[in-house]
Design a protein around this ligand. Structure first.
Ligand code: SF4
Length: 60
């Protein structure tokens, strides 16, 4: 992911990657995504649900 990591002493309200993420949408700014298990032994912390068959981001 291009760009610089956030200032750890001034983290944004929502997702810490919001300034660098090309898929950012309104919820990313308002709410920090929770870490959740998506498969046994695999977790993610992102509001995106995934991508449709055309490759378009599906917002969660
Ligand atoms: S929650 Fe996911 S889509 Fe939103 S800014 Fe963070 S990494 Fe990007």
């Amino acid at each position: 992911m291009p760009g610089q990591p956030p200032n750890l002493q001034r983290l944004p309200k929502g997702c810490t990657f919001q300034e660098r993420c090309t898929f950012k949408f309104d919820r990313c700014v308002a709410e920090r995504p929770l870490l959740r298990e998506i498969a046994p032994g695999r977790t993610k912390s992102c509001h995106l649900k995934g991508f449709d068959p055309s490759g378009n981001a599906v917002q969660g």
